[in-house]
Design a protein around this ligand. Structure first.
Ligand SMILES: Cc1cc2nc3c(=O)[nH]c(=O)nc-3n(C[C@H](O)[C@H](O)[C@H](O)COP(=O)(O)OP(=O)(O)OC[C@H]3O[C@@H](n4cnc5c(N)ncnc54)[C@H](O)[C@@H]3O)c2cc1C
Length: 402
């Protein structure tokens, strides 16, 4: 079957769906809140076979121009002593490397910037999206690919709230050319981990404009009250949603994370932190009760957000889009959406549960009263280095058909 699809959100999830459905003969329009190209956002991402498969279905190769094969995973202590080492070799990429070909492949005149959905209504046989500029658009199917703070989800399931996990991910990207020779030699292209109590620091190289940059992620416990302070700018304005535009982060916090880096990380890794302009995002779990209501389907982070230890947010969005496209081969929209809902809701739930398990030892510091089991508090390097961002095809509980 086909018809007209309205995709709300023109990031990776929305673009996967838009391209796949357009290839199946759907008349697709994408409505994105941002005013222009999103390529400058996002940082490094881990890739999975399923991501490459989805790109391949669209004729986009996941080759060395898109990704970089990481070196061994190595866990070190403050002195740089190796605690655990294992072969890894997964392809690391950058967000923009996936966004660019997807965006360029989709017809420009069907991708509408500066369109923020405020509401929608369903009539028999159609759904109408309403935007903040007073315009509307009607179609057969509305796809909410509008991310973690999804307006579409808020309308469908007003009781679903992001649940703060008790820690933030400080992130940073370092231009590979700025890394001093001595640190560069020590780093040797590895995929580094440091595991101070209740924390996880990791960094790996990602391809960027023909060179390799360093992507840093540091999961750092921050209590609920402290988070509010972290999200307060120098004018005293509290920013909602567990983040704040990077230029507004107060220097006192950036200085503090740099001091923490010197205290807890071996010098070459602390050098990377010093060279980066750190910014943070609070970590949340989001679980919707389902992904479909009437003619509306949620996709990607709009439906479920698992903690980033899964390392598969982009691949999950791609698989959701693939499943939706496959499901739309059913004879009716109802049958198609019922299939999509059944398969992807289960997948989303399992991802959230796995992410929670991997991050519980970090969360325990901020939410100590929850009665954690010794297994949840387990911080063994061998366990974490083999489970964080594991290839999806190696996780039996996530082997769900699309
Ligand atoms: C610290 C961290 C590390 C991560 N690491 C990885 C990793 O290694 N690998 C990986 O695969 N993933 C990773 N992720 C997850 C990944 O970034 C997301 O899962 C992925 O981008 C989801 O895409 P999406 O299209 O569903 O949502 P988003 O990328 O959030 O896009 C939503 C879009 O909708 C638009 N929008 C919002 N509201 C409206 C509205 N009302 N109207 C119109 N448009 C709207 C927004 O402007 C945005 O463009 C990480 C995330 C974090 C926080």
């Amino acid at each position: 079957m086909n018809g007209r699809a309205l995709v709300i959100g023109g990031s990776l999830g929305g673009l996967f769906a838009a391209n796949l459905l357009a290839d199946q003969g759907w008349d697709v329009h994408v409505f994105e809140r941002a005013a222009d190209d999103l390529a400058s956002r996002g940082a490094g991402i881990g890739t999975h076979t399923a991501l490459a498969d989805t790109l391949a279905r669209l004729g986009i190769p996941m080759d060395t121009t898109l990704g970089y094969r990481s070196g061994d995973r190595i866990c070190v202590d403050r002195e740089g002593t190796v605690l655990y080492r294992t072969y890894w070799g997964h392809v690391m990429s950058a967000w923009a490397n996936v966004y660019r070909p997807l965006k360029d492949r989709f017809p420009e005149d069907r991708y509408h910037f500066s369109k923020s959905l405020t509401s929608f209504r369903e009539d028999p046989g159609s759904v109408t999206a309403c935007f903040d500029d007073g315009t509307t658009a009607s179609g057969d199917l509305l796809i909410g690919a509008d991310g973690l703070r999804s307006t579409v989800r808020g309308i469908l399931f007003p009781d679903v709230r992001p649940r703060y996990a008790g820690y933030v991910a400080w992130r940073g990207l370092v231009d590979g050319r700025r890394v001093p020779a001595e640190a560069h030699e020590w780093l040797d292209g590895g995929y580094w981990f440091v595991l101070p109590p209740n924390e996880m620091f990791l960094c790996y190289q990602v391809p960027a404009k023909g060179r390799l940059d360093w992507n840093l992620v540091w999961y750092h416990p921050v209590g609920d009250e402290e988070l509010r302070d972290l999200c307060t700018d120098s004018e005293g304005k509290v920013h909602a949603g567990g983040s704040i535009p990077p230029p507004l982060i107060r220097t006192v916090f950036v200085d503090e994370i740099r001091r923490e880096a010197e205290r807890l990380l071996p010098p070459p890794l602390a050098t990377l932190v010093a060279l980066s302009q750190p910014f943070f995002q609070a970590v949340f779990d989001i679980e919707s009760p389902g992904l479909v209501a009437g003619r509306v389907a949620l996709l990607g982070d709009a439906g479920f957000v698992a903690r980033p230890h899964i390392g598969a947010g982009v691949t999950k969005a791609a698989l959701d889009a693939m499943c939706l496209a496959n499901s739309l081969k059913e004879p009716t929209l109802d049958l198609a959406l019922a299939r999509y809902d059944r398969l992807r809701t289960e997948f989303g739930r399992r991802c959230v549960a796995r992410g929670r398990r991997l991050g519980s030892y970090i969360e325990a510091k901020s939410h100590p009263a929850q009665g954690w089991t010794p297994e949840q508090l387990e911080q063994r390097p061998d366990r974490l280095l083999n489970e964080v961002a594991l290839a999806l095809e190696d996780i039996p509980e996530l082997a769900i058909e699309v």
